[in-house]
Design a binder for this molecule. Structure first.
Ligand SMILES: Cc1cc2nc3c(=O)[nH]c(=O)nc-3n(C[C@H](O)[C@H](O)[C@H](O)COP(=O)(O)OP(=O)(O)OC[C@H]3O[C@@H](n4cnc5c(N)ncnc54)[C@H](O)[C@@H]3O)c2cc1C
Length: 590
C-alpha cells in the first residue's frame, strides 16, 4: 500500500521561487487583501494533512469495494461519507470560488497545487468535488442572478454537488448529435427529457443535493453544435427559502463496471420531464459548457500529475530498498547480499523520467494557473486578453500532455517494482488503472490535439503561438540559464513545424488530423523545456543553499534536456511524413 506525502518543498519552490506568486497577487487588487505567501503556505500545509491523512487511506479500500448501485441509489465505499463530511468542513470545494456567493476566492495558481494533492491521494474521491468546482464556475459565469444566489453557496460549501451531463450513447465526441430535449414550461422553466451516460457522480450518497448541468436541445433548434443549450437540473427541487422540496423527475438507471476509478460512480442518468432552468442564452450552451470544460480539462490534467507523483514516491522508496544484483561498476553495498536496484542505470532512467515529467508538469500547471488568474483578475484589459489567449492555447496541451506522461510515469513506477508492481499489494497497478481514464474523458487526448493544432494554431494563423514563443524567447535571452540556447533551438523547431503545417493545411484536408497528436507532444516537450530552463535558472542562482534540493533540480534539468527533450526529433520527423502514410489502406484492409 503506497504512502503518499504531499511534495510541499517542491510545490513551494514552484509557487514562490519560480513564479513568485505572492508578488503577482500583491499587484492584483482582487487578490491583494486575501492571499499572501503566509496564507498560501498555511493552505498548502493544511491540504497536505487532509490529503495524506484523510483521503489517501481510503484509496485502496475504495478501489476494492467500488461504488455500488441498488434500485437507483448509489452507495460510495465505506469511509467516503465520513471523510467527505470532514473534507467539506475545510471549505475545499469553494477554494477558488467567487467570494460574493461564499467561495474563498483563492487564486488558481494555488488551487492547482491543491488539486494535484487531491488526485494523488485518491483520484476517485477527488472526482466527487472536482465536478462541483467546474459546475460552479459555469453557473457563476453564465447563470442568472437568481440561480447563482440559490445554488452557488451550498455548492461551494460542498453540501450540494455538481455533475456534467453531456455524453449520450450515440454522442460522445460529437455533441452536435445529442437528442435530449428541453420543452419550455409556462413558468419560464423547462422540462428536460433524455438519457445521458457515463455521468461522473451523477448519483452518490455524499451530498444533500446534486445539481446536474445538462446539454439539451430546444424545439426547433438548429441541428449540430449550434443548437445546444445548457440547463441546470437539480436532483431535488429547491424551495424559495433554499430548503429542499420534491424529488425532480430524474433517476440513475445504473452505474458502470470499469477498469479504474472504481470508487467514483459513473452513471446512466435518465431525465423524464425533469424541471430545469436555462443557463446563459438559448442555443449557446456549448460555449457556456466550455467554461466548465476548460476548468475540468486542467483539473483532469492534474489527475495525471497527481497519480504520477504518488507512483514516483512509492517507486523511489522501493528502489532504495529492494536488493537485486550488483552495480555494473562493482558492489556498492558489499555488506549486503546485493545492491539496491537504484544503482542500475535502467531503474534510474525510469525514476528520472517520472521525476522530470512530474516536476515539469507541476511547474507548467502553475504557469497555466497564473495565466488563468491574470485572465480573470488583471486590471489592464490588454493583459487580461493576452493571458486568455495563452489559456486557450495551453489548456489542451496541459490536459493531454499531463495525462499521457502521467500514464507513462505510472507504468514506469509499476515497472520499477518488477512483478510486485503487477500485484495489488503495492498499489502501483491501481495507479495505472486509475490514471488511464484521464486520457479519455473530458475530450479524448486525440481531440485535445485537434483543438490545439486545428483551432488554436492553424485557425488563428499561429498568432497565439507567436505570443507564447515571444515570451519563451524573451526569457531565454534575458536570464542566466545553462539551457537558453537549447531552449531557443527547440522553440525554433516548434515554430518551423507549425509554419510547415499551416502551409500543408491549405492543400491537404487531413494534414491537421494526421499531425495533431505528435504536434501536441512536441509542443509539450518544448513547454516543459521552458519550465525546466526557468527552474534551472532559479536553482543555479541558489546553489549553496539547501544543497540537496537545488543540486537535485539541476541534475533533473540536465536529465530532461539530455534524455527526454530529444524525443522532439522523432516527433518532427513523424509530423513531416504527412498524412499519406495513414491513408494507404482501405477500411476493409484493416
Ligand atoms: C469513467 C468515465 C467518466 C466520464 N465522465 C463523464 C461525465 O461526467 N460527463 C460526461 O458528459 N461524459 C463523461 N464521460 C464521457 C467521456 O467524456 C467520453 O467517453 C469521451 O468524451 C469520448 O466519447 P465516446 O466515448 O463517445 O467516444 P467517441 O466519441 O465514439 O470516440 C471514439 C474514438 O474516436 C476518436 N474520434 C472521435 N471523433 C473524432 C474526430 N473528429 N477526429 C479524430 N478522432 C475522433 C476519439 O478520439 C476516440 O479515440 C466519461 C467517460 C468515462 C469512461
Amino acid at each position: 500500500m503506497p504512502e503518499y506525502n504531499a511534495p510541499l518543498r517542491d510545490l513551494r519552490f514552484v509557487l514562490h521561487e519560480v513564479f513568485d506568486a505572492p508578488a503577482l497577487w500583491a499587484r492584483l487588487p482582487a487578490l491583494a487583501g486575501s492571499v499572501d505567501a503566509a496564507t498560501a503556505d498555511a493552505i498548502l500545509e493544511e491540504a497536505a494533512k487532509v490529503t495524506a491523512g484523510l483521503i489517501a487511506p481510503l484509496n485502496r479500500s475504495g478501489d476494492e469495494e467500488g461504488a455500488q448501485w441498488q434500485a437507483g441509489a448509489v452507495r460510495t465505499p465505506a469511509g467516503f461519507k465520513q471523510a467527505y463530511a470532514t473534507y467539506i468542513e475545510g471549505g475545499w470545494v469553494g477554494l477558488s470560488g467567487n467570494p460574493a456567493y461564499g467561495g474563498l476566492g483563492m487564486p488558481k495558481m494555488l488551487a492547482v497545487q491543491f488539486e494535484e494533492m487531491l488526485y494523488a491521494a485518491g483520484a476517485s474521491f477527488a472526482l466527487y468535488s472536482a465536478l462541483s468546482s467546474g459546475a460552479c464556475l459555469a453557473i457563476d459565469a453564465h447563470a442568472s442572478e437568481a440561480l447563482k444566489t440559490t445554488y452557488l453557496p451550498p455548492m461551494y460549501e460542498g453540501r450540494w454537488a455538481g455533475s456534467m451531463c453531456l455524453t449520450e450513447a450515440h454522442a460522445g465526441t460529437d455533441l452536435g448529435l445529442i437528442r435530449t430535449r428541453a420543452e419550455p414550461r409556462a413558468d419560464g422553466s423547462y422540462a428536460i427529457s433524455g438519457s445521458k451516460i457515463f455521468i461522473t457522480g451523477g448519483e452518490q450518497d455524499l451530498t444533500e443535493n446534486i445539481i446536474h448541468l445538462v446539454l439539451a436541445k430546444l424545439p426547433g433548434a438548429p441541428t449540430g453544435p449550434k443548437g445546444i443549450s445548457l440547463f441546470l437540473v437539480p436532483k431535488f427541487l429547491v424551495e424559495a427559502d433554499g430548503s429542499l422540496g420534491a424529488r425532480n423527475a430524474l433517476s440513475c438507471g445504473s452505474i458502470e463496471q470499469k477498469m479504474g476509478i472504481k470508487a467514483s460512480s459513473t452513471c446512466v442518468m435518465n431525465f423524464d420531464g425533469a424541471q430545469g432552468w436555462l443557463i446563459g442564452e438559448a442555443n449557446k450552451g456549448l460555449a457556456a459548457m466550455f467554461t466548465m470544460m476548460n476548468y475540468e480539462r486542467l483539473s483532469i490534467g492534474l489527475q495525471g500529475i497527481g497519480c504520477a507523483e504518488a507512483s514516483y514516491q512509492a517507486a523511489a522508496r522501493y528502489a532504495r530498498e529492494r536488493l537485486q544484483s550488483r552495480a555494473a561498476s562493482g558492489p556498492l553495498a558489499p555488506e549486503q547480499a546485493a545492491d539496491p536496484i537504484i544503482v542500475h542505470a535502467d531503474v534510474r532512467r525510469m525514476l528520472l523520467t517520472m521525476k522530470a515529467m512530474t516536476e515539469g508538469g507541476r511547474a507548467f500547471a502553475c504557469y497555466v494557473g497564473q495565466q488563468l488568474d491574470l485572465a480573470k483578475f488583471a486590471t489592464d484589459a490588454e493583459e487580461r486578453q493576452h493571458a486568455a489567449a495563452l489559456v486557450a492555447l495551453l489548456t489542451p496541451v496541459a490536459k493531454a500532455f499531463f495525462t499521457d506522461s502521467g500514464l507513462e510515469s505510472c507504468v514506469h513506477g509499476q515497472q520499477v517494482f518488477g512483478g510486485h508492481g503487477y500485484i495489488r499489494e503495492w498499489g502501483q497497478e491501481q495507479l495505472v488503472r486509475d490514471v488511464r481514464i484521464a486520457q479519455i474523458y473530458e475530450g479524448t487526448n486525440g481531440i485535445q490535439a485537434l483543438d490545439l493544432l486545428g483551432r488554436k494554431v492553424v485557425a488563428d494563423g499561429g498568432a497565439a503561438l507567436r505570443q507564447f514563443a515571444a515570451e519563451v524567447r524573451h526569457f531565454a535571452h534575458r536570464h542566466e540559464t545553462p539551457y537558453g540556447s537549447l531552449l531557443v533551438e527547440e522553440l525554433e523547431r516548434l515554430e518551423a513545424v507549425s509554419g510547415w503545417l499551416l502551409e500543408q493545411a491549405k492543400s491537404d484536408a487531413n494534414a491537421v488530423g494526421a499531425a495533431a497528436v505528435d504536434y501536441l507532444q512536441l509542443f509539450g516537450y518544448v513547454a516543459y523545456a521552458y519550465m525546466w530552463a526557468r527552474m534551472a535558472a532559479v536553482a543555479e542562482a541558489k546553489r549553496g543553499e539547501d544543497q540537496a534540493f537545488y543540486a537535485g533540480k539541476l541534475a533533473t534539468a540536465a536529465f530532461y534536456f539530455a534524455r527526454l527533450l530529444p524525443r522532439s526529433l522523432s516527433l518532427e520527423a513523424s509530423i513531416r511524413a504527412g498524412s499519406a502514410p495513414l491513408y494507404g489502406l482501405t477500411a476493409e484492409q484493416f
